[in-house]
Design a protein around this ligand. Structure first.
Ligand SMILES: [Zn+2]
Length: 212
């Protein structure tokens, strides 16, 4: 995928927040606004979900997005579609080049199955998603957690069809930028995972910016 830079100036953003690793975050992005995630130190995994702000049952659909673009990786030009076939956002700039939407979010269960029995209770993205939803929404719960995007995460599929978690391809300062086609709720877990080579076993902060 070609790397596309943005012309937007961070000094003119209407929202600018640094999210530490291990924390969840949610925010409403209004139609027409542009949202940027900056991988501040490189190779961080930013687990993300999007919802129609007016009806959270209409939410990001990895299946529809992958099918419609005929590509399993996300980058500039990708139209993020909802479960009802609506356009939520479009990726308008990307200096990383590839983002995953197959690997899912880490959870107590995957910590246990993928790494070791005693890793079950380590903090996970699923916990961060649920904490953010319970603090900032009235009626969204674990039933609203579906297949997510992992921005900056490298999860190549081999010719044999095997899903592999590989060393990251992002680097400090790389970013992805999306423009909202409707009012959307963004839900992020800035992944706390300490057992996955995707983030170099070192979770790091990301910067979140919004422009009108
Ligand atoms: Zn995670």
């Amino acid at each position: 995928m070609p790397l596309i830079e943005s012309k937007l100036d961070p000094a003119r953003a209407c929202y600018d927040h640094t999210l530490e690793s291990g924390l969840g975050w949610t925010h409403i992005l209004h139609e027409g606004q542009t949202f940027r995630i900056v991988d501040l130190e490189g190779n961080q995994a930013v687990d993300t979900l999007f919802y129609n702000a007016d009806d959270p049952s209409d939410r990001y659909s990895a299946v529809d997005t992958v099918r419609e673009q005929g590509n399993i990786y996300l980058s500039t030009g990708t139209r993020l579609l909802s479960s009802e076939g609506n356009l939520l956002l479009t990726i308008v700039a990307d200096t990383c080049g590839r983002h995953d939407t197959l690997g899912g979010a880490c959870a107590a269960e995957s910590n246990q199955v993928r790494y070791a029995l005693e890793k079950k209770y380590m903090h996970s993205c699923r916990d961060s998603f649920l904490c953010a939803l319970s603090c900032h929404t009235r009626d969204m719960t674990k039933r609203d957690l579906t297949a997510n995007i992992n921005f900056f995460m490298n999860v190549p599929v081999t010719p044999a069809g095997k899903l592999t978690f590989e060393d990251g391809i992002s680097a400090a300062g790389r970013y992805v930028e999306l423009q909202a086609a409707m009012d959307v709720r963004i839900l992020i877990s800035n992944c706390p995972q300490l057992n996955n080579p995707c983030n170099g076993y070192n979770p790091t902060p990301v910067r979140l910016l919004i422009w009108d």
